[in-house]
Design a protein around this ligand. Structure first.
Ligand SMILES: C[S@@+](CC[C@H](N)C(=O)[O-])C[C@H]1O[C@@H](n2cnc3c(N)ncnc32)[C@H](O)[C@@H]1O
Length: 215
């Protein structure tokens, strides 16, 4: 697949391709991706879709696991970087995915859902492209995540450089459209047609990892 046209409103992440490429190896990012991947690893066999794929952190993990995978991202620069890393990727908004119904056995969204203005539409679209019984795994910001909390966490853990900027940058006001309680995330999953919902947390409880199965 090739990168398509930029969406209107092409986002701030167009200018953060190098940052997110490098951040894949930063400890706080790796903590979250490793935690989330535990739920992906037990998903039914079959193709995986990673929405908001960035430079391809989950696509790397899928390749290492021998799993066929494709990424999508609103930012064309991210799509191009994922492609440069040898991944199949296409430009697309998470609310309008260029795939038929019931295509994937796993769908992942790492640090994306809180950025989407219409999270309900996004979850409905993720449900649409999943096979019945397919697994959704989402990493998103918890309601306790804000800049003072992020700064304290960074200081407590002795983060500097990209790790510090990763946690503090993500917490700045205006970055997230909404942040989630565990209960709110679980309810949103259920309303979108998911079952067997499990919510765990990383980064000292401030980032939520939601996993669920398509009904
Ligand atoms: C915080 S970055 C995370 C990237 C990657 N998942 C990672 O963990 O390294 C969020 C990504 O979501 C993408 N994004 C934001 N809004 C989106 C939308 N509505 N549809 C698809 N992708 C979106 C951004 O372009 C960006 O690449």
């Amino acid at each position: 697949m090739t990168a398509g046209s930029p969406s209107p409103g092409a986002n701030i992440f167009e200018g953060m391709v190098d940052f997110f490429d490098e951040a894949r190896e930063a400890p706080p990012h790796r903590e979250l991706s490793d935690l989330a991947w535990k739920s992906v690893a037990t998903a039914p066999e079959g193709p995986l879709l990673d929405v908001g794929c960035g430079a391809g952190v989950f696509l790397d993990k899928a390749r290492a696991a021998g799993r066929r995978a494709v990424g999508t991202d609103l930012a064309v620069g991210m799509v191009r970087r994922a492609q440069r890393h040898g991944h199949a990727a296409a430009a697309s908004d998470v609310t309008a995915l260029p795939f038929p119904d019931a295509t994937f056995s796993a769908v992942t969204a790492m640090l994306v859902l809180h950025l989407v203005p219409d999270a309900r539409a996004a979850l409905a679209e993720l449900a649409r492209v999943l096979l019945p019984g397919g697994r959704l795994v989402v990493v998103t910001q918890g309601v306790t995540w804000d800049e003072p909390v992020a700064r304290a966490l960074s200081a407590n853990r002795g983060y500097s450089g990209i790790s510090h900027e990763f946690v503090v940058g993500s917490a700045r006001s205006g970055v997230a459209h909404r942040r989630w309680t565990s209960e709110g995330l679980a309810t949103s999953f259920e309303e979108a047609g998911f079952t067997a919902v499990r919510i765990t947390a990383g980064l000292d409880g401030h980032m939520l990892v939601g996993a669920a199965n398509r009904r």
